[in-house]
Write a protein that binds this ligand. Structure first.
Ligand code: LMR
Length: 392
């Protein structure tokens, strides 16, 4: 049986981890996978997570199964963090193994409810979006998103392409901190996107993997909340990997907003999907998140540290934009300071990306996406000088 299997293409982002690890140069710089790192290169366990883990060890009395949808307290806390008050009667939700698990379950739900629907993705998007959709055998289309000239959003292209969406199609939107580009809609553009989707009868599907990494915890949820208030049906796949720094605990949530009268049936379908795929979702990370969100002191400390992380990335952006101005004697990389979140797509060619890796030991994704958090005060000028050199 197994002899028929062909080798699978390697995931381009995850492949970089191994390439970087195997590079013997001690000057190497890792700007690849989207993991937050402090100035020393460490991905720290957040203070509130450590404190919650200690407390959990003291109070936990069983490791028996949780509910199929995860712990109700976790789901409620996540709905509150993402949507605020007022959505409980419309929100069906399940805990999932990370944000990827939430996206996978959302797509499975779409396939069950509307097998013929097309899922629209921004061009570009996180490569695992099209990969999972293809794997599930679903229909997929792209809407223009990134302007390669300005490195901002090609908003005319967005509106034109979303204007072709058919009734009942699904449109995947990055709630904040667009991955891989770092270019995001303004509030006014979000409202226009909502207008088009409403006019077309499309269903919004929001990927929210970086809440708190862009403009702030509440600010980063604003677009999702606006969409949630305007549309009768919305899917939201959210991750706690980045904002709680619990990557390997696999902690995510899928929220399906529907009419209150339909909520119980949707909830049952989400639980059914969990059962088919892995039975019970992982609980350790979800429990830590619940403890933090429910405890005033832990929550305040977590928010303060998340804000430190966000501001650190923002100051690295500003420093990099300034260094690039100096190194290239031009303003063509000023967009780096305007982008938000972990990533910026620099607009370099694949050859330039390869030269940066081979000659300078600087690792970024092949589309020239950099993880801003991989930088520090020492490496910002090194990166700027190398970019200036390869881009002439
Ligand atoms: C990324 O885009 O680098 C992260 O979301 C990690 C991943 O799983 O690809």
């Amino acid at each position: 049986m197994l002899e028929v299997l062909n080798p699978q293409p390697q995931d381009k982002i995850l492949q970089l981890i191994a390439m970087y690890r195997d590079d013997p140069r001690d000057t190497k710089i890792d700007l690849g996978v989207g993991v937050y790192k402090d100035a020393t290169g460490l991905t720290p366990v957040m203070r509130a997570v450590k404190a919650a883990e200690k407390k959990l060890w003291e109070v936990e009395v069983t490791k028996s199964y949780t509910g199929l949808a995860g712990e109700p307290a976790y789901n409620a806390a996540m709905v509150g963090m993402i949507l605020g008050e007022g959505f409980a009667d419309r929100a069906a939700s399940v805990a999932t193994p990370g944000g990827t698990g939430a996206i996978r379950q959302a797509l499975e739900l779409i396939r069950m409810a509307s097998p013929g629907a097309t899922v629209w993705l921004s061009n570009p998007t996180w490569p695992n979006h099209p990969s999972i959709i293809r794997y599930l055998g679903m229909k997929m289309a792209e809407y223009r998103y990134f302007d390669a000239e300005t490195r901002g959003v090609d908003f005319a292209g967005v509106l034109e392409d979303l204007g072709r969406v058919a009734k009942g199609d699904i449109v995947l939107l990055h709630g904040c901190c667009h991955n891989p580009t770092g270019a995001n809609f303004t509030a006014d553009q979000w409202a226009q996107v909502a207008d088009v989707l409403e006019a077309r009868g499309a269903i919004p599907f929001i990927d929210l993997a970086y809440q708190g990494f862009g403009d702030g915890l509440e600010e980063d949820a604003a677009a999702t909340r606006m969409i949630a208030a305007r549309f009768p049906e919305v899917l939201i796949a959210a991750s706690c990997s980045k904002n709680f720094g619990i990557y390997r605990e696999r902690t995510g949530v899928l929220i399906a907003l529907t009419e209150p009268a339909r909520r119980a049936v949707v909830q049952g379908n989400l639980a059914y999907l969990n059962r088919q795929n892995y039975s019970f979702p992982p609980d350790h990370g979800a429990r830590l998140v619940t403890m933090i969100l429910e405890d005033d002191a832990l929550r305040a400390d977590w928010k303060a540290e998340l804000e430190e992380v966000r501001l650190n990335m923002l100051s690295l952006r500003k420093a990099l934009a300034e260094e690039l101005r100096r190194a290239t004697n031009s303003d063509r990389f000023d967009f780096v300071a305007d982008h938000r979140g972990m990533f910026s797509r620099l607009g370099l060619t694949e050859t330039q990306v390869n030269v940066l890796r081979d000659d300078h030991g600087i690792y970024m994704v092949g589309d020239s996406r950099i993880n801003i958090a991989g930088l520090n005060a020492r490496t910002v000028p090194i990166l700027a000088a190398a970019i200036a050199k390869v881009s002439g």
